[in-house]
Design a protein around this ligand. Structure first.
Ligand code: RAM
Length: 342
């Protein structure tokens, strides 16, 4: 993993048009339906999260490319499993053909996933997995060890390997953040991080106000805090704001997973040295391509290879999970260019 390669830079820029076209749509949305269209619902963690809006634009692009499919993009206002279950129940009643979910809780969504399957609805997860029994397969954005290690490496580079670090995560039930934190802790065992202890892990529940307050509380509780890793686009943007508002630039640095469009100011002002993310438009596109192929008869069981349209193909592991690609790193040199895209 490194900076953007020529080809992927071209791909990212190509997808800019998709993002721009989708931006005019109200969120959530339903694309224009034809009676004979198959219906795919993308159910994400919460509304008001630009990361998922970008994923939904990718889903729309995949549906338009293949033809004959419509996208229903929906989510609860707050990122809770209960509200997602209610939404999925109603989609089952509406007899949609397929559902793509980013789960607020891996286990809590299994029964409703099974219920959908028993009615012939194809369910896959992306971003934050439903546990194995509740979906056909799960598409990770990238390899979990890689995403975890990358975030520890970024803060270590900023702090030159020295100083207290905390994690500002999303909700404690979210599969993706939990597995990235586990992967960070693996990386952290290496001797080069001996002078960079992890002092706390706190949860902002993917809400801006809670994440902001948790960041303020971290700084207060740990006067020697130098760095924060936030593996969520909501956490990193709110944490960066708390650094800027609190006059903490140069004292505390934040890194993690963010959107260039939301992190540009923080990077230019010096609250964040570097951060990473994959292209969420491509991620929504790839997940939707996979579900469309499943609806058209593709076998997505362990060991099989499934197609992701223009993004190529991916092979499903024994755990029923596959990965799309690699994250990119953003910093002062490229954040402005990519802020125009996602
Ligand atoms: C937030 C959500 C999402 C995660 C990104 C990185 O938008 O928590 O699930 O993948 O951050």
């Amino acid at each position: 993993m490194s900076d953007i390669t020529r080809t992927s830079r071209r791909d990212l820029l190509k997808l800019a048009a998709i993002g721009a076209a989708g931006a005019a749509l109200p969120m959530p949305f339903i694309t224009r339906a034809r009676a004979d269209n198959k219906r795919i619902a993308m159910v994400v963690k919460n509304l008001g999260n630009s990361y998922f809006d970008a994923c939904a634009n990718g889903a729309k692009q995949a549906a338009a490319e293949v033809g004959g499919f419509e996208i229903i993009y929906t989510a609860p206002t707050k990122a809770t499993a209960e509200d997602q279950i209610a939404i999925i129940d109603s989609l089952i009643a509406q007899k949609v053909d397929g559902i793509i979910v980013s789960a607020n809780d891996a286990n809590a969504l299994v029964p409703v996933g099974k219920k959908a399957a028993s009615r012939g609805i194809k369910v896959i997860s992306f971003d934050s997995a439903i546990a194995k029994d509740g979906r056909i397969m799960h598409l990770n954005a990238s390899s979990t060890p890689l995403i975890g290690a990358k975030q520890v490496q970024m803060i270590a580079k900023t702090l030159k390997g020295e100083g207290e670090v905390a994690i500002l995560s999303a909700a404690s039930t979210m599969t993706n953040q939990n597995s990235w934190i586990a992967a960070m802790k693996e990386e952290w065992k290496k001797p080069e991080y001996a002078k960079m202890p992890l002092v706390a892990t706190v949860y902002g529940d993917d809400q801006d106000d809670k994440s902001y307050r948790e960041m303020q509380a971290l700084v207060k509780a740990h006067p020697n805090l130098k760095g924060v890793i936030s593996p969520t686009t909501i956490g990193i943007r709110s944490g960066a704001k708390a650094i800027i508002d609190g006059g903490l630039i140069g004292k505390v640095f934040i890194t993690g997973l963010g959107l260039p469009s939301e992190m540009k100011d923080a990077v230019l002002k010096g609250a964040c040295d570097s951060f990473a993310i994959w292209n969420p438009v491509e991620y929504g596109y790839s997940s939707t391509q996979i579900l469309i192929n499943i609806l058209n008869g593709a076998d997505a069981s362990a060991g099989k290879t499934v197609k992701m349209g223009k993004k190529g193909e991916t092979t499903i592991g024994d755990d029923g999970e596959a990965a799309m690609g690699e994250p990119f790193e953003f910093n002062k040199s490229n954040v402005e260019e990519f802020a125009k895209i996602f």
